[in-house]
Design a protein around this ligand. Structure first.
Ligand code: SF4
Ligand code: SF4
Length: 382
């Protein structure tokens, strides 16, 4: 295992994220498999465990208490938790939630603590309830080791947050992976963290599992060819890509079974990706973007649809869902799609939209394909 020195702590470059814990046939967290994973993680050098109030509908924190905290010496691991900022509507609620989380995890302090989901819709409330000021008092009292934030925001807000609170917030957790680098704002967020000299924790390196099994045959064969000697898995490429970026402190992987964990740890025990692998990753990313995503620019030249189908909104939503690996912990993707109203089923195939589309998108077929995908997601409960 490789490590990063953070203050006086030695943090494993691979962290165990508890947002996708193993599940049993009844849909409950599989504690037996979870115990094996936590024990294996500690035996093989993982020192960082990440949880949040929201994960597994509040159950992940209990899992940490039962499986990690009660069964292992407190000084043998670092525990990170996150304040559910959206649930704290008063300053008192901030204090109550923080205490509740300590109790749920069965600890007296968190080694790392983050403002969860700092975004355009949550920032004003974070300011109004003086969350950072309160958390600094907890840090002073020794109940928080290091304070940081996790973001799902546009670059200007991250800049604003760090300009104002960079003195208090020691690290930033961002979503980054080889596909998002050029596709969403990941690259910009990364450079802002670098500019403010903040260690970066990576979440979603495998894009919710999507990059562990890329949906493009061509992308898979590019990666297979480059890594056949080393036998790299697709997940290895995803982890290796983020790990080699400068300024990355450590990477979280939401491992769901012992086998995945063994593979992830084996990769972090190895030498990592070389130049030829990184070139293959860049090529695969381009292929994935063109194969999976709809090249819609939201110009809305197709707006005169007799069936009032919100074509560009459906494409944008679909691209965002694909970017998240068709998994979104904050809500149901298929319900969000349904809220958009008329869809492929209402299309009368008049062709008006296609004749106006400057991107030459085969809109009628694409709408059908997307509709099928959302039906599949609905069946899976996503
Ligand atoms: S082909 Fe379908 S989506 Fe396009 S304008 Fe006609 S009804 Fe609307
Ligand atoms: S005309 Fe084409 S590119 Fe423009 S919004 Fe419609 S589908 Fe997207």
């Amino acid at each position: 295992m490789k490590y990063t020195d953070f203050s006086d702590k030695k943090i494993s470059r691979l962290g165990f994220g508890t947002m996708r814990l193993p599940m049993d046939a009844q849909g409950e967290i599989d504690y037996e498999e979870g115990k094996k994973m936590v024990d294996y993680a500690l035996e093989h050098g993982i020192t960082y465990f990440d949880t949040a109030y929201k994960y597994h509908a509040g159950e992940a924190e209990y899992f940490c208490r039962e499986v990690l905290v009660k069964r292992h010496p407190r000084e043998s691991f670092f525990l990170a938790d996150k304040l559910p900022t959206w649930l704290c509507k008063t300053p008192e609620a901030v204090a109550e939630k923080f205490q509740e989380q300590l109790d749920k995890c069965g600890v007296e302090y968190f080694d790392f603590y983050l403002l969860h989901n700092v975004a355009e819709g949550s920032w004003q409330n974070i300011l109004d309830q003086q969350m950072i000021e309160y958390l600094l008092t907890e840090k002073e009292a020794g109940r928080i080791g290091h304070l940081g934030l996790s973001v799902h925001c546009e670059p200007p807000l991250l800049r604003e947050v760090l300009e104002k609170y960079g003195h208090a917030l020691e690290f930033v957790q961002i979503q980054l992976n080889y596909m998002d680098w050029d596709y969403i704002d990941a690259k910009e967020l990364y450079y802002i963290c670098r500019e403010f000299n903040k260690p970066i924790i990576i979440m979603e390196p495998v894009r919710g599992g999507m990059l562990a099994n890329p949906m493009s045959e061509k992308a898979r064969s590019i990666l297979d060819e480059a890594g056949k000697e080393e036998g790299f898995s697709y997940a290895d490429y995803a982890l290796g890509y983020v790990d080699q970026l400068e300024g990355i402190a450590w990477t979280l992987s939401g491992m769901s079974n012992l086998e995945q964990m063994k593979q992830n740890i084996a990769f972090f025990d190895g030498e990592g990706l070389k130049e030829k692998h990184l070139e293959a990753v860049a090529e695969a990313a381009k292929v994935l973007q063109s194969d999976i995503l709809v090249p819609c620019t939201s110009c809305n030249y197709c707006f005169e649809c007799p069936s009032e189908i919100k074509i560009s909104k459906i494409f944008t939503g679909y691209n965002e869902a694909a970017a998240k690996g068709f998994h979104w912990i904050w809500g149901s993707l298929s319900k969000t799609y349904q809220k958009l109203g008329p869809n492929a089923n209402d299309c009368i195939e008049c062709g008006n939209c296609e004749s106006h589309c400057p991107q030459n998108i085969r809109i009628i077929d694409m709408l059908k394909k997307i509709d099928l995908k959302y039906k599949e997601l609905e069946e899976k409960g996503e």
